[in-house]
Design a protein around this ligand. Structure first.
Ligand code: 3HC
Length: 667
């Protein structure tokens, strides 16, 4: 099959791209475009050329799978140049998503027409890149500096309607007749002739650049690409001759392409899509229908989980044991929605619509007709088994029974029912209405269609779902546990919480282990006897330091929960260390990484060896979307490869840690 074909419609040549799934600019597409335009330009009977795409979308970008490979076919810049300088008007006819190199191609057409549902953007920044096909120079010439700076640095696409307002498209086509409208529009443009973007002046106020930096400084911390994008937009403003700006863009693009951030972000792009695939699933697996959901527990997790379904338009019955707890849970859901409505995220009417889908109940019997039930009560095996035993007697056959457990054995939970094939884990991350990750835990007896349905419903409610096997803590928490023990040990050897946490936040994580402990609460699992002080945690709890909840833990907190290092906590740490006869020594930042992060990487390899994750990239997805591992470092497995297996193995062996065979094999 040819990925680019042409056909003649009277005096117009239509160049048609057909390169499923997203019409990316693979080398053969570039070749086909070059040949197609050459044909149109050489034929005296042709007066205008329309560029259109088959399938679900206009060109959605460069072919990312070609990055880093030896180049083939004509280079992108020469194809773009051929189009922009053509002697006959070229019209881009846009549907679906004109993204990245796709929009850059459209910008080298002389006119653009789009259907109302189309979206246009330059998302390269999300891949750690910038629009390297002239997008940073041509967008400012078409939509002005302000809009171009926003689009390049944030990467969000705009609607066709907005594109019309900003001049990015010249006309809207009928939704169901782009082909016809594009032809008519092209004929209208014959008299006007070509309008090369490169000849248009740059307009607008460059002050937007500093404004964007100030507004997004926190979000962009650690990232190179947003700043590189803005430097290119500045170059567009500074140089009247586009070729000078294009030179700057080229240099900045090549720097980003050569760096590890873009490699990591591209890895995550594919990792995220790969995670949805379930290895070994029978081809004929069909999904179960989920029309009604039940959630057991109206606490923080249960409430957050419920919000995801309501927001997707799926009715939820939420069950609690006591009326006051039920009222509190439902009240918090409403409060959260109203807070979002107050911020303008949706209307009050939408709040009522979502709340109208919620049925509060005090009885598990009300879950009988649900298609999916998610248990979100506290972590106690006996209680969970009792609940699942009851569900087994109450709920209709074929329903999926899920537990939101974060550590417990899903097989044992399933054994409390006579239908283990319908039982699995759906582990959400707190706050469950915000965090993107969902670990779907596959029990030994979980049926393929139950698993596939849980993965699909996860996607439907906006999560990135990853399959995990049954083991203590599954993928994420199992790895997390490997950093807490050494972090505690480091305090005993002379580090302070703020020093350890800073290494993590400098690394790009949202918080370090001690900030996380304070957030979770230091008194969780504490024996509540202040006279019994066996661990550092006991010592802090004995002094009434329970974490963020009472304003003091490893840190002191003000009423806005801002944290400052605590002289009292640090004195307790010093005192506990001295009483344990531990000598104090200087601890380097590098040692903190080697002691806390290397063991996590090792645990990732063990998880893979045991088959508890399907692939290394799934582990990266878990850490980026569940724990805020910086996407520009690509997750612990990708990062481990960059850091070097040899270096990691020798550091782990020095610490006396048993190293995974597969990690050793890489060293
Ligand atoms: N190159 C290669 N493959 C791509 C691709 C691309 N640009 N975009 C998507 N794909 C692949 C996906 O990996 C996926 O493959 P799979 O089926 O084997 O998993 C398949 O196409 C379908 O993708 P999605 O599952 O994401 O499909 P959706 O329909 O949900 O979304 C989309 C479609 C909105 C186009 C989305 O795929 C997307 O955002 N793609 C990336 C767009 C982008 O970043 N473009 C810029 C590329 S960089 C560039 O152009 C550089 C230039 O400036 C020089």
């Amino acid at each position: 099959m040819q990925s680019v074909s042409t056909h003649i419609e009277g005096d117009v040549l239509v160049v048609l791209v057909n390169n499923p799934p997203v019409n990316a600019l693979s080398w053969h597409v570039r070749q086909g475009l070059k040949d197609g335009f050459e044909q149109g330009l050489a034929d005296p009977a042709i007066k205008a050329i329309v560029l259109r795409c088959e399938g679900q979308t206009f060109i959605a970008g460069a072919d990312i799978t070609e990055f880093g490979k030896p180049p083939q076919g004509p280079d992108f810049a020469s194809v773009l140049n051929q189009m922009e300088t053509a002697s006959k008007p070229i019209i881009a006819a846009i549907h679906g998503t004109a993204l990245g190199g796709g929009l850059e191609t459209a910008l080298c057409c002389h006119y653009r027409i789009a259907v109302p549902s189309a979206k246009l953007g330059v998302p390269e920044v999300k891949l750690g890149l910038l629009p390297g096909g002239g997008g940073t120079q041509r967008l400012p010439r078409v939509v002005g500096i302000e809009q171009a700076a926003v689009m390049c640095s944030l990467g969000e696409p705009i609607s066709a309607k907005k594109a019309l307002e900003t001049g990015l498209v010249d006309a809207l086509a009928q939704e169901n007749d782009l082909a016809g409208d594009a032809l008519r529009f092209a004929r209208d443009m014959i008299a006007k002739g070509p309008r090369p973007t490169r000849d248009r002046p740059v307009t607008g106020d460059i002050g937007i650049v500093e404004k964007l930096k100030a507004e997004n400084g926190r979000k962009w911390k650690g990232f190179d690409a947003p700043y590189a994008n803005l430097r290119c937009v500045e170059a567009a403003a500074a140089h009247a001759n586009i070729d000078d700006g294009l030179k700057v863009e080229r240099e900045e693009f090549l720097k980003l392409m050569a760096g590890s951030q873009s490699a990591a972000q591209r890895h995550m792009f594919f990792a995220e899509r790969q995670a949805a695939k379930i290895d070994g699933l029978p081809k004929d697996t069909s999904l179960r229908e989920i029309r009604k959901v039940g959630v057991i527990g109206a606490g923080t997790m249960g409430g957050g989980i419920t919000m995801n379904f309501l927001a997707t338009g799926i009715p939820v019955t939420i069950v609690e044991m006591q009326q006051d707890a039920l009222d509190r849970g439902v009240g918090i859901i409403r409060k959260n929605y109203e807070a979002s409505a107050a911020k303008g995220r949706f209307t009050q009417e939408k709040v009522e619509q979502m709340m109208g889908l919620l049925t509060p109940s005090l009885s598990l019997d009300d879950l009988a007709e649900c298609d999916l039930i998610i248990e979100a009560i506290y972590e106690n095996m006996d209680v969970k088994k009792e609940v699942f035993g009851k569900l087994d007697r109450i709920v209709k056959q074929g329903a999926i029974l899920a537990s939101n457990t974060s550590y417990l054995d899903v097989n044992e939970i399933a054994s409390a029912t006579a239908r283990p094939q319908d039982v699995l884990g759906m582990h959400f991350f707190s706050p469950a209405n915000v965090m993107k990750l969902l670990e779907v835990v596959r029990g030994d007896k979980t049926a393929p269609d139950a698993l596939a349905t849980a993965m699909a419903i996860g996607k439907k409610i906006g999560k990135i779902a990853v399959v995990a096997g049954v083991c203590h803590g599954f993928i994420g928490n199992r790895m997390l546990s490997k950093r807490q023990a050494p972090a505690n040990a480091l305090l005993m050897e002379g580090a302070l919480p703020e020093q350890v946490d800073k290494v993590f936040t400098d690394f790009g994580m949202p918080m370090g282990p001690f900030q996380m402990s304070d957030l979770a609460g230091l008194d969780i699992g504490w024996h509540r006897d202040p006279s019994k002080v066996e661990t550092l945690r006991d010592a802090l709890c004995a002094a009434g330091r329970f974490g963020q909840k009472n304003g003091k833990g490893f840190y002191d907190y003000d009423e806005k929960r801002n944290r400052t290092p605590s002289a009292e906590a640090n004195a307790i740490i010093e005192d506990f260390r001295a009483r344990s006869n531990m000598p104090k020594r200087d601890i380097s930042d590098q040692e903190i990484i080697e002691r806390c992060i290397y063991p996590m990487v090792n645990e990732g390899y063990l998880i893979l060896e045991e088959g508890k994750a399907q692939r290394a990239s799934d582990i990266d997805v878990v850490w980026v979307y569940g724990y805020g591992w910086p996407v520009y470092r690509g997750g612990p497995m990708f990062w481990g490869d960059l850091e070097g297996a040899g270096k990691i193995v020798s550091a782990l062996e020095k610490q006396g840690i048993k190293v995974a065979d597969s990690l050793k094999a890489k060293a």
